[in-house]
Design a protein around this ligand. Structure first.
Ligand SMILES: *[C@@H]1O[C@H](CO)[C@@H](O)[C@H](O)[C@H]1NC(C)=O
Ligand SMILES: *[C@@H]1O[C@H](CO)[C@@H](O)[C@H](O)[C@H]1NC(C)=O
Ligand SMILES: *[C@@H]1O[C@H](CO)[C@@H](O)[C@H](O)[C@H]1NC(C)=O
Ligand SMILES: *[C@@H]1O[C@H](CO)[C@@H](O)[C@H](O)[C@H]1NC(C)=O
Ligand SMILES: *[C@@H]1O[C@H](CO)[C@@H](O)[C@H](O)[C@H]1NC(C)=O
Ligand SMILES: *[C@@H]1O[C@H](CO)[C@@H](O)[C@H](O)[C@H]1NC(C)=O
Ligand SMILES: *[C@@H]1O[C@H](CO)[C@@H](O)[C@H](O)[C@H]1NC(C)=O
Length: 918
């Protein structure tokens, strides 16, 4: 997850930055049209100018389209016929044009080739419906509308384009039935409808039986279902067939062998298919790419069959229920194989017995979740084409001592949760040592590796990601690390590193060194000015936090908890992006950090277990994004500022064990985050993911008289108030009962008086209620028995009087802990076996609910929308790299999801493929 996100973000950023550049570069590479013989006709030139007039060209891709450049055949993207001078090709793909398609296009009667891909054009009518004027361009042979925003049904007139050979409508919102006539166009050679919502007649797969010339058919991710007709297999010229992520049936028949010209066959993630007969594959003599992921092949001898296709370059069999990969192939024919992915098959045998180790052509080898074990064979060191090795989640029973120093092309190595042991020093020494190392990604989390990180790690100048979380690494962080000049993200958390923190590479943005034995003071300069994430928690770092930390203006996440820091946190003038600040369990002193006044993004603030003092500032109410506020076990004094109730998102607030006096603010119902019975789920994914990545128990709450630690998702669910162990006086405000999401309320050890709010039973989510050691008087409201989730109750040592309410939950609680009413001498009732003198049970508390106003709720949700988008985004990122899941995921939920995410995935897929090929 972590790296996927990191990689994705890097990618997006790169894309954003280079977009303009790319477009410009592309523009340059386009040759002026062949215009040797003829020059452009004025009528057509005018038509083109009118077209340009109607669009906005933000990247100036149509700069050459100008009246003064007379010969329009030389304009970018325009090609004319040598003989007649008519414009025959218009290629304005990837120009990112906005606006309407001008009807003037119809003047280009001789147009044969039209490419509008990657534009944001609309039809002449200003809608995104298929621009019907295109159907009049009867000479069209090539039409590319992929990656545009067109949508809706395809008009039947599209079939008028009887010369059409090439049609790409992929990654658009076209939907509905593919016009039957279209599937009969006999000239079709290339048809790409992938990632559209187009389907065949009556939900069935179109036959394409008249398209005798079809070479390329891509129907991936369309809602096609139903049986494939036998005629389909007569398309003998087919070279490229992608039916993945559809619901077609009857495709896995021996007749597939008739498609003997196939180069590319993708049948992955077609729901619920299995086969034991794959002998038809032996007829596909030209096959280069084969993906049969998610097809149950447990009964088929897939490797023996694949071995008869020497042309194979990519073999992808994710989640195919393969029993093993240890077939004895007397001779391995697959000398061109570049990509092999056997992930998510329980192979469960020794790694070295796999059949593929001999193949020096392999560039990309993926063996996640295969439960292969034992040592990697030495031949791995001779696989000199290898660029990417992924071997994760294999149950920590493998070892790797192979010398990899000759793998000069290795870029990506990921071994998480797979090794039984290992010596990091040796491991790093054996990584590729070529003059210019290409290694970008090295990950060996959760692997029981011992030894030190050697200084020569600085040799890997291309390294961007280094993840060694949860191992047994000892020694100091090597000073050589600073020479990793491309390093962006490092996790060395949960190891046994000692010594001081050295200067870090300047390029770093994320650092996790938590849970080690690092000591000494912080360096006055980390050396990495762009840090966004810095976690140093649970170490033995001493001294004050040096003021230059203020220069880290991009910090989003700063965790210094569980160290031995002293003195004030620097009074930086601002840290505008800071959202998570953990300073707990140190010896910090001074006032509530003034810096925070400027941190409007602050979401999680933990100052607990320090020596902070002074009053809480009134401006705390301005930190409107605060959700978690932990100030317990300090020496804060004075009142609780009433402005704290402006924190509409606050869900967790602890001020326990301070010297706070005064009364509890009354307008508590303004704490909307605590009034909701169910916190919205999706919005918090961004935070959730942050938490999941974080090593420590991120939130500790005293609840039910014990300290409970929460991490991961549980943090998101926590809603509590703890004001115990202070000097609060006055009453418990009635408004507290509007906090219907509250799971835990602790007001014990104060001097609160008066009564328990009658409507206490409204706080339906309460699991823990502690009002002990106060001066509360009056009767216990009978509504208390409405708290059906209550599993801890303490009302001891108050001045409560009268009848104890009864009810199943309360009786059980009493049976478990009879001391919960102690020290209230005027209480009576059967529970205490102390008779109440005569009076009948008091009336049940007023049941009227005070619901939140709609407005407040809307405000809450609107505030969260941006989080929601980011959240969904991350769900998709999680699937980016795990192909099998991601396709399955899209197959299931495609309709639910915004197309943007699909686009990201597909784009990434392409980039990956390009990387593999190049
Ligand atoms: C037109 O002429 C150019 C250059 O002379 C040539 O490269 C091109 O193939 C010709 N095109 C056609 C369609 O004949
Ligand atoms: C878009 O057009 C460009 C040429 O302008 C072409 O190279 C590319 O393959 C087309 N298709 C997509 C999906 O980008
Ligand atoms: C290797 O390929 C050749 C040619 O396709 C084939 O005849 C032979 O049987 C294959 N070898 C094995 C072991 O399948
Ligand atoms: C593996 O390679 C070695 C030499 O490179 C060769 O002798 C051996 O036969 C190969 N094994 C297989 C199974 O192809
Ligand atoms: C790891 O390997 C290095 C170098 O071979 C050796 O000096 C060190 O003792 C080893 N460490 C452990 C923990 O085995
Ligand atoms: C970093 O690299 C330079 C140049 O190769 C070298 O002189 C220096 O010693 C290295 N620094 C460390 C700390 O290893
Ligand atoms: C505190 O709240 C009061 C009343 O809501 C408001 O007038 C005042 O501006 C707030 N002060 C700060 C510093 O937010």
């Amino acid at each position: 997850m972590h790296r996927s996100v990191a990689r994705l973000l890097a990618l997006l950023l790169a894309a954003a930055v280079s977009c303009g550049f790319f477009v410009a570069a592309h523009a340059r590479q386009l040759q002026p049209a062949h215009a040797a013989g003829a020059s452009c006709l004025p009528r057509e030139s005018d038509a083109l100018l009118a077209f340009k007039q109607a669009v906005s060209d933000i990247y100036d891709n149509l700069a050459s389209w100008q009246k003064r450049h007379k010969d329009c055949c030389r304009w970018r993207g325009v090609t004319c016929s040598n003989e007649t001078g008519h414009v025959i090709e218009l290629d304005i793909g990837r120009t990112y044009l906005f606006g309407k398609i001008s009807p003037s296009l119809l003047s280009l009667e001789h147009l044969e080739y039209l490419n509008l891909n990657w534009t944001y054009l609309l039809g002449p009518d200003g809608t995104s419906l298929f621009p019907e004027l295109l159907c009049s361009l009867s000479n069209l042979r090539h039409l590319d509308l992929s990656w545009t925003q067109f949508s809706g049904r395809l008009p039947a007139q599209l079939a008028n384009l009887s010369n059409l050979e090439y049609l790409d409508l992929s990654n658009t919102n076209f939907s509905g039935r593919l016009p039957a006539q279209l599937a009969n166009l006999s000239n079709f050679e290339y048809l790409d409808l992938s990632w559209t919502s187009l389907h065949g007649p009556n939900g069935r797969a179109p036959e394409f039986s008249s398209c005798k010339n079809l070479r390329h058919l891509d129907l991936r991710g369309t809602p096609l279902s139903g049986r494939v007709s036998p005629q389909f297999f007569n398309l003998s010229k087919l070279e490229y067939l992608d039916l993945s992520c559809t619901s077609m049936s009857g495709i896995l028949t021996p007749q597939l062998g008739n498609l003997s010209n196939l180069r590319h066959l993708d049948l992955s993630s077609i729901q619920d298919i299995h086969t034991s007969d794959i002998s038809w594959l032996t007829h596909l003599h030209f096959l280069e790419f084969l993906d049969m992921s998610d097809i149950n092949l447990s009964g088929a001898d897939v490797f023996l069959v694949a071995n008869t296709i020497p042309s194979l370059k990519a073999l992808i069999l994710v989640s195919c229920s393969l029993p093993n990969a240890s077939q004895l192939l007397t001779h391995v024919n697959l000398t061109k194989l570049e990509q092999l992915d056997l992930s998510s098959n329980y192979l469960g045998h020794r790694i070295e017995t796999c059949w593929f180790w001999n193949l020096t052509s392999i560039k990309e080898l993926t063996l996640d979740s295969t439960y292969l074990y034992g040592p990697f064979p030495d031949v791995l060191g001779g696989m000199i084409s290898l660029q990417q090795l992924e071997f994760t989640n294999n149950g920590n029973s493998a070892t790797i001592t192979v010398d990899l120093k000759n793998l000069c092309d290795l870029e990506y190595l990921e071994l998480d949760r797979s090794l039984a042991s290992g010596n990091l020093t040796d491991f790093v020494m054996k990584l590729p040592q070529c003059s210019s190392s290409k290694l970008q990604y090295l990950s060996s989390n959760h692997n029981n590796m011992a030894g030190m990180l050697p200084n020569m790690v600085g040799h890997f100048t291309s390294l961007e990601y280094l993840y060694l979380y949860n191992n047994s690494i000892t020694g100091a962080i090597p000073t050589g690390l600073v020479n990793c000049t491309s390093l962006q993200s490092v996790s060395l958390g949960l190891n046994q590193l000692s010594g001081q923190i050295p200067t870090l590479p300047r390029s770093l943005t994320e650092v996790d060194l938590s849970m080690n034995s690092l000591s000494g003071p912080l360096p006055s300069d980390f050396g990495a000015p762009d840090l966004t994430v810095l976690s140093l928690s649970s170490n033995y770092i001493t001294g004050h936090v040096p003021r230059p930390i203020c220069k880290l203006q991009n910090l989003v996440f700063l965790d210094l908890s569980r160290n031995m820091f002293v003195e004030e946190f620097p009074r930086c003038s601002s840290m505008p992006n800071l959202a998570f600040l953990y300073l707990s369990n140190n010896n910090f002193s001074g006032n509530f950090p003034p810096l925070l006044q400027k941190c409007s993004e602050l979401t999680f603030l933990d100052l607990a277990m320090n020596k902070f003092d002074g009053a809480l500032p009134v401006w705390i109410g301005d930190l409107v994004n605060l959700r978690f506020l932990q100030l317990n076990n300090n020496m804060f004094y004075g009142d609780i500022p009433a402005n704290i109730t402006s924190l509409v998102l606050l869900q967790q607030f602890s001020l326990a064990s301070n010297n706070i006096s005064g009364s509890i603010p009354s307008s508590l119902s303004k704490l909307i985050g605590m009034t909701l019975k169910h916190l919205p789920r999706l919005e918090s994914r961004w935070t959730e993911n942050r938490f999941q990545r974080l090593p420590v128990d991120i939130l500790s709450v005293v609840m039910k008289q014990q300290e409970l630690k929460f991490s991961g998702n549980a943090v998101i669910d926590m809603v509590s108030i703890d004001l115990s162990l202070n000097h609060l006086t006055g009453e418990i405000p009635d408004e507290i009962t509007s906090l219907k999401g509250l799971l835990s309320l602790n007001l014990s050890w104060n001097h609160l008086g008066q009564k328990i709010p009658v409507k206490i039973g409204d706080m339906k989510s309460l699991e823990s209620l502690d009002l002990s050691r106060n001066n509360i008087s009056g009767e216990i409201p009978t509504s208390l028995s409405d708290l059906t989730y209550l599993s801890f109750l303490d009302l001891s040592y108050n001045n409560l009087a009268g009848r104890i309410p009864i009810g199943r939950q309360l009786d059980t609680l009493y049976a478990e802990d009879p001391s919960m009413y102690d020290g209230n001498n005027r209480l009576c009732g059967p529970t205490l076996q102390r008779n109440c003198s005569g009076s009948s049970p008091p009336e049940h508390g007023n049941q009227q609910r005070s619901e939140n106003s709609y407005d407040q709720l809307m405000f809450f949700y609107i505030g969260l929308t941006s989080g929601f988008v980011v959240g969904l985004w991350l769900v998709f990122c999680a699937f980016l790299f795990k192909r099998a899941w991601r396709y399955a995921y899209f197959c299931l939920f495609d309709e639910l999801c915004d197309r943007v995410y699909v686009i990201v995935v597909v784009t990434w897929g392409r980039i990956n493929t390009k990387a593999a090929a190049g």
